[in-house]
Design a protein around this ligand. Structure first.
Ligand code: NAD
Ligand code: IPM
Ligand code: MN
Length: 363
């Protein structure tokens, strides 16, 4: 029996509420297949830990996490701890330390999910965002000079390395080639006259190695407009760290809401664990009420199953989400329902169980 070792960082706010439900679903999947099991180890890191210990994680936290096959993360950040500390010392630290340079965020309108757009065909919203996840605008390089004085100066530098830019663009081309889809690059070379001119140049260079992949390139402002006005233009999309952050929240709004949007932080070389999480935050405004939508976290569990090579189970979970949405009976308030976080996950588990018993899933 294979044991998949998962580090669980439930984190803050609604993080623990949604992670508990994702774990229930993963355990259900493992119950179906006798060849593997999940072995979850819980880390109490986050803002509460910070208020007790003055740090977001153990000093050797990164070392401890190295031993795991994957990390399952809820959300980080809570009023009382400055966001730039809580996020830089935990979430971003993990992404960077483990060179999780690919952030995969599907923007796909599942059947039954509601879009914020009007007069759009469901099939027209089916994008795969590949966000650079290790450098760019999130390099953390900068300074704050003469702090508090009249002449204070703040510098926040973007870093686009040849290696970092090329590898994310190449990863995106490989994905588009494998999936037989177009690839769109989103940048901003007209204003960011070094970093994004370089990005566009690397995109052109790598493009020459993939004559079979049809490409497009947009400025980020126009891309934001076109995602709303003509979403079918976008299939596989590659973009920088900050643009990817912003556009995937926009993507969430057109593909069922922030409670449904999932993300995988991948180290493709598998030298380090990859990390799976919903893209939303700790939602302090609804935390503690048991009404957070667990579907994004459950979708990210489906991404984890795919990553482990259990694609048939990844699909099983995603299809269960879709069936739940089509039924439209058991939904949290953000989706205009009246159900609780755990009722949604329980219904997902029932759907999985009935799919398996009626199909006798071939495994
Ligand atoms: P947020 O995503 O937490 O919330 C934005 C809005 O979406 C809120 O109205 C919230 O109630 C709603 N929402 C989010 N997740 C939901 C869910 N599962 N079900 C139903 N509604 C949901 O973003 P924010 O308010 O800008 O940030 C709150 C905190 O989270 C901040 O500290 C921020 O830095 C942090 N944050 C963390 C992550 C992460 O850990 N990956 C991501 C984004 C923001
Ligand atoms: C996300 C989040 C993070 C990001 C924050 C919390 C640092 O917004 O995962 O989308 O900007 O990457
Ligand atoms: Mn974000």
């Amino acid at each position: 029996m294979k044991k998949l070792k998962i580090a669980v960082i439930a984190g803050d706010g609604v993080g623990p509420e949604v992670i508990d439900e994702g774990i229930k679903v993963l355990n259900k999947v493992a119950e179906i297949d006798s060849t593997f099991q999940f072995d979850f180890t819980y880390f109490p890191w986050g803002c509460e830990f910070y208020t007790k210990h003055g740090k977001m994680m153990d000093d050797d936290g990164i070392e401890q996490l190295k031993a795991f096959d994957a990390i399952y993360l809820g959300a980080v950040g809570f009023p009382g701890v400055p966001d730039h500390i809580s996020l830089w010392d935990l979430l971003l630290k993990i992404r960077k330390s483990f060179d999780q340079y690919v952030n995969i965020r599907p923007v796909t309108l599942l059947k039954g999910a509601k879009t914020a757009l009007q007069d759009v065909k469901r099939e027209d919203i089916n994008m795969l965002f590949i966000r650079e996840n290790s450098e760019g605008e999130y390099s953390g390089a900068g300074d704050w000079l003469f702090k508090g004085q009249d002449h204070e100066v703040v510098l926040q530098n973007s870093v686009f390395s040849r290696k970092g830019t090329e590898r994310i663009i190449r990863y995106a081309f490989e994905t588009a080639k494998k999936e037989g889809r177009t690839l769109t690059s989103i940048s901003k070379g007209n204003a960011l006259n070094y970093s994004m001119v370089f990005w566009d140049q690397v995109f052109e260079e790598v493009s020459a190695e993939y004559p079979e992949v049809k490409t497009a390139s947009y400025l980020v402002d126009a891309a934001a407009m076109l995602m709303i006005k003509d979403p079918k233009r976008f299939e596989v999309v590659v973009t920088s760290n900050l643009f990817g952050d912003i556009l995937t929240d926009l993507g969430a709004a057109i593909a069922g809401g922030i409670g449904l949007a999932a993300g995988a932080n991948i180290n493709p070389e598998r030298d380090y664990p990859s990390m799976f999480e919903p893209i939303h935050g700790s939602a302090p405004d609804i935390a503690g009420r048991g009404i957070a939508n667990p579907l994004a976290t459950i979708w990210s569990a489906s991404q984890m199953l795919d990553f482990f090579g259990y694609e048939e189970y990844g699909k099983l979970v995603l299809e269960a989400i879709q069936q739940l949405l089509v039924e439209g009976q058991v939904l949290t308030p953000d989706m205009n329902g009246t159900s609780s976080t755990s009722e949604v996950a329980d219904r997902i588990i029932e759907i999985i169980a009935s799919t398996v018993s009626s199909n006798r899933l071939n495994v």
